[in-house]
Ligand binder design. Sequence first.
Ligand code: BYC
Length: 348
Amino acid sequence: MYTQSFNVPDTTEPTGAKAPLSLVGVVSPLSEQDAAAQTRFDTKLNADQKIEPQDWMPEAYRKTLVRQISQHAHSEIVGMLPEGNWISRAPSLKRKAILIAKVQDEGGHGLYLYSAAETLGTSRDQMLADLHSGKAKYSSIFNYPTLTWADVGVIGWLVDGAAIMNQIPLCRCSYGPYARAMIRVCKEESFHQRQGYESLLTLMRGTAEQQAMVQDAVNRWWWKCLAMFGPPDSDSPNSVQGMRWGIKRISNDDLRQKFVDATVPQAEVLGVRLPDPDLKWNEARQHYDFGAIDWDEFWATVNGNGPCNKERLATRVKAHQEGQWVREAALAYAHKQAQKNSLKQEAA
Ligand code: BYC
């Protein structure tokens, strides 16, 4: 997918920062040229051009991208689990087909993102090992249980809605492979959000019990979705540098506000109440004011102590172990094909 990562770099580019692993050893580092390389990097960023895998980049920029993209990839594949739980219990064939397709899309997003992270010189094995050992983070939102069918609709409407709000600016991220992966991810997420909303509209046109089920799900997910955007800007250690590098384009608090402003009218159409007594339109700010988020709960969840953290990780590790034979079979097949091809070439 990201074949540009295999381009041979310009040998005059110094490697003050590490080159992708596949290129290490090809270029001799010339430290006196580091400043010139940094200037070229800065010039590209200032001109809003993309940094590509073969370009020189500061080591901290590479590390930040590996951190964010791998966390994002992990969120996609762990995000398959809460919804996957409902595939066998979807209320109709149509809903089951939609849910299977959505969960499969999330797996695909994980694959694009792992591929994008690999262009930075890390390996998929390393990223997965970090996820499985609990060293790597993934989105807090996937550590809560999906108790009823309405949760599946609410995840589509609110969780995917929050995800899109955060991910659209990432299509303009300064790192080319990440930005390009996000364009496709956002198109699919937008479909996911609409299907969630449509499923909730159907429930809201149903019985009083179905309506109460939707309201209960909204009550449980609303605050978790607001926290999903990350800590307040004043407590966000990575934001300033991330924004300077053009990785992050809009701050955590500004995205959260955009999400609230966009969601309130959707809730009105749906006929649900957002569970916040402080939620009200502020004429002076031209935005909705909203209440305080429970950051202690957020950090407890991020640090492994949410209601489903252990269950999610155990399921991921089990799925990985059970897939070992598939990976081995694919490698054995690739090896056989390579041998066949080289025999053919020798004979020709
Ligand atoms: N959960 O300085 P900050 C999806 C961490 S996929 C856990 O603001 P940054 C979907 C943060 O990593 C959704 N941890 O960081 C999938 C940092 O820790 P480290 C995932 C969080 O990077 C399937 C620390 O808190 N989306 O929606 O500038 C089905 C300080 O934060 C969270 C992405 O990953 C959190 N919610 O900003 C349905 C998008 N928030 O790494 C839906 C890409 C913060 O220093 N990522 N932390 O140890 C981003 O845009 C940014 O990384 C974040 C955080 C806005 C998440």
